[in-house]
Design a protein around this ligand. Structure first.
Ligand SMILES: Nc1ncnc2c1ncn2[C@@H]1O[C@H](COP(=O)(O)OP(=O)(O)OP(=O)(O)O)[C@@H](O)[C@H]1O
Ligand SMILES: [Mg+2]
Length: 270
């Protein structure tokens, strides 16, 4: 299904990335790699810098400092080489509202100059796998949140890219679609593709990711396999516990819940 990796080098090498927005340091000297055949999860609290990182990797945002290589190419100076190798599912959908998914996918196939017959076969099997046929000819503006997310995912994988960059890709998907999408991702990895993935759904991250980078305030606070992370932050149990310990929110969450319990108990007595 997925093409063999075409460029040279690792799917992603990010070295010492920094991105400032005015006085806000969104990404603060972040370095990581995504290897071929690997899914790397970028986890972090709201505002940690995940989307900013994804945008710099995809060439949508210039870094203030540091560099990114995608299969050895520079996303800013070699955008065609990079964009042809990346399938991006952004946090905010960039879809053409007045088009139908069929028209949108045909448009993508034509600007990417994809082989018509091969692309048609590929889209047909993906649309069937996602049970998307009933929505294929409705305007994108009329689709529900989850169906727009399906359209966004389909549009990102039509050209069979060797690197998938997925920012919260499971947002709004139903259980069946999550299952099918996980299988699509696993097939992509088996075929030697790479995946950079950001999520707040820790169960999904735990079940899917080969390695995880936990970022907080734009900095890498822990990196490794789930077992390595567990060891590193001396936490037991699930990725949720590891995550909260790594970003030092575990005691704070316990205190918040205790305070909430008291407040709600009073409310009930009224
Ligand atoms: N265009 C922008 N202008 C100003 N500040 C920005 C901009 N984009 C992001 N930021 C700031 O950069 C920081 C990191 O934001 P980012 O969107 O990368 O976080 P995130 O980890 O993706 O969060 P979330 O989990 O909520 O999606 C935040 O403080 C955010 O307010
Ligand atoms: Mg984000």
């Amino acid at each position: 299904m997925t093409q063999a990796v075409k460029g040279n080098g690792r799917p992603i090498i990010a070295r010492d990335l920094v991105r400032n927005f005015g006085r806000t340091v969104a990404v603060d000297h972040l370095s990581f790699e995504v290897r071929a055949g690997e899914i790397y999860g970028l986890l972090g609290p709201n505002g940690a810098g995940k989307t900013t990182t994804v945008k710099m990797v995809s060439g949508l945002l210039p870094p203030t400092q540091g560099e990114v290589e995608v299969f050895g190419f520079d996303p800013l100076n070699q955008p065609i080489e990079v964009k042809s190798r990346i399938g991006l599912v952004p946090e905010d959908h960039i879809l053409y509202e007045s088009l139908t998914p069929r028209e949108f996918f045909d448009f993508i196939a034509s600007i990417r100059q994809l082989d018509q017959w091969e692309t048609k076969q590929r889209i047909t099997s993906l649309v069937d796998a996602f049970e998307f046929r009933d929505h294929y000819d409705k305007p994108i503006a009329a689709l529900s949140h989850g169906n727009r997310q399906k359209a966004s995912i389909l549009s990102a994988i039509i050209h069979d890219p060797p690197l998938l960059v997925l920012d919260e890709p499971f947002s709004g998907l139903d259980a069946r679609t999550v299952r099918v999408f996980k299988d699509i991702l696993n097939i992509h990895l088996e075929n030697g593709g790479g995946i950079l993935f950001s999520s707040h759904i820790l169960e999904v991250a735990e079940s899917l990711c080969d390695r995880i980078g936990i970022i907080d305030d734009g900095k890498m606070v822990a990196e490794g396999t789930v077992d390595e992370l567990r060891e590193m932050v001396k936490a037991h149990g699930s990725l949720e516990e590891i995550f909260l310990r790594a970003v030092q929110q575990d005691t704070e969450v316990a205190e918040t819940v205790q305070a909430l319990r008291k407040a709600l108990a009073k409310e009930n007595k009224r």
